[in-house]
Design a protein around this ligand. Structure first.
Ligand SMILES: Nc1nc2c(ncn2[C@@H]2O[C@H](COP(=O)(O)OP(=O)(O)O)[C@@H](O)[C@H]2O)c(=O)[nH]1
Ligand SMILES: [Mg+2]
Length: 377
């Protein structure tokens, strides 16, 4: 485990800012940690950009450059679509995700001095981000534009119970395998409880088993088996102890971020390129197979119609492509059909008066929110 601890303190060589998605269970301290990250960046003259993706947060201890609440009012979404609080937050995030390309453009805008970090705060309830379409869209957009990593925030005092610890690790593991992004485990609230016990449980299987021995329930047997499975997950994970309140561990936290960004460049990017290449090759092979099948069918039909004169008169694959007008593939859906598919999100109620809904996202809103935040900083 020690080997995996971040060790570099050099700033990233990448000219692009590092995108950090802060994810964790409700109350783990994500928002407070971002406030501390913000102060640390100011103190160390690091240039950061903060995005708030939690539409339901009432008090934000930092000034966000882009705030989802400037564009989507989740309470109005709840009323309009007759939703509960979770449905309202989820729908608001989905609405915002449809315009997240604009957020990416703003982050990519050349600045002097250049941006070094993009920090994104996510909704309180973890599953709203990790298991929703909006979470996947936002994560993929960020990961395809910047070196991106996930900071998984753990509420350390609550994890002293071995089973709560296991639930947290399983959650982190599922996020790691879903996003495939480098992950930094931030054991928060070390001012209340040190995180040494957690490091010990992750590195020494027997110490975790000994902690479980105190609880002879079925759940503990399950945790025992799961801890064996998670061994590989722990090995590849970087972790750091921080306190979002006192600021302890912030230097190590930033070292961890740099190490993850390096991992992104060295491992994630080549892997993604390889996957993309394999996908393209599979697609080309599929098109060729379909083309050959079509050619065979045409030969068969022609021979049945006139077995003597049409022998050998089948069209070539080039002629077939020309006749189809496309490279032999399936027709690509038009942008109109795509927007028809996502229409129900904004359509309900009055179609002709979209501008009157105050949760409608306007192109200028994001820019305006950003300017206001920058003005206030
Ligand atoms: N003692 C202590 N409390 C913390 C720390 N980080 C967050 N908290 C508290 O934990 C509660 C939840 O924090 P919040 O940032 O809103 O969590 P979020 O839901 O993950 O965004 C708040 O009362 C914070 O003051 C920490 O490092 N130490
Ligand atoms: Mg929060």
């Amino acid at each position: 485990m020690e080997d995996n601890q971040a060790s570099t303190s050099e700033p990233s060589l990448s000219p692009k800012p590092i995108a950090v998605l802060v994810i964790g269970m409700a109350g783990s301290g994500k928002t407070t940690l971002i406030q501390q990250i913000n102060s640390y960046m100011h103190a160390k003259r690091k240039i950061g950009y903060i995005i708030n993706l939690d539409p339901a947060v009432t008090h934000m201890p930092y000034e966000a450059n882009i705030d989802i609440r400037d564009t989507v009012k989740y309470k109005n979404v709840m009323k309009e679509y007759n939703l509960g609080p979770n449905g309202g937050i989820l729908t608001s995030c989905n609405m915002f995700a449809t315009r997240f390309d604009q957020v990416i453009k703003l982050c990519e805008k050349p600045r002097d001095p250049a941006l070094q970090y993009i920090i994104a705060d996510t909704p309180g309830q973890i599953e709203i981000f990790t298991w929703s379409a909006s979470g996947a869209i936002i994560t993929e957009l960020l990961a395809s534009s910047f070196p991106t990593l996930v900071v998984y925030v753990v509420d350390t005092p609550r994890c002293t119970n071995p089973q709560t610890f296991m639930s947290n690790m399983l959650q982190a593991c599922s996020i790691l395998y879903k996003t495939k992004l480098p992950m930094l485990l931030a054991f928060n609230k070390v001012d209340v409880t040190r995180h040494d016990f957690a490091i010990e449980w992750m590195t020494d299987f027997e110490s975790y088993q000994a902690a479980l021995d105190k609880d002879p329930s079925y759940a503990s047997t399950l945790s025992r088996s799961l801890s064996l499975v998670l061994d590989e997950f722990y090995n590849g994970l970087k972790s750091v102890g921080v306190s979002a309140v006192t600021g302890e561990g912030m230097a190590e936290f930033f070292e961890g971020i740099e190490a993850c960004a390096e991992y992104y460049e060295k491992i994630y990017v080549p892997e993604m390129q390889q996957l993309r290449k394999e996908k393209e090759e599979r697609e080309t092979a599929r098109k060729q197979r379909e083309m050959q099948k079509l050619q065979k069918d045409l030969i068969k039909k022609a021979q049945l119609a006139d077995p003597i004169t049409t022998a050998g008169a089948c069209p070539s694959s080039k002629q077939l492509k020309e006749a189809e007008g496309v490279e032999g593939g399936l027709p690509t859906p038009s942008s109109a059909s795509v927007s028809a598919a996502i229409r129900p999100l904004t359509e309900e109620g009055d179609e002709g008066d979209e501008g009157s809904c105050d949760y409608e996202i306007e192109d200028e809103d994001i820019e305006q929110g950003e300017e206001e935040a920058e003005g206030g900083r």
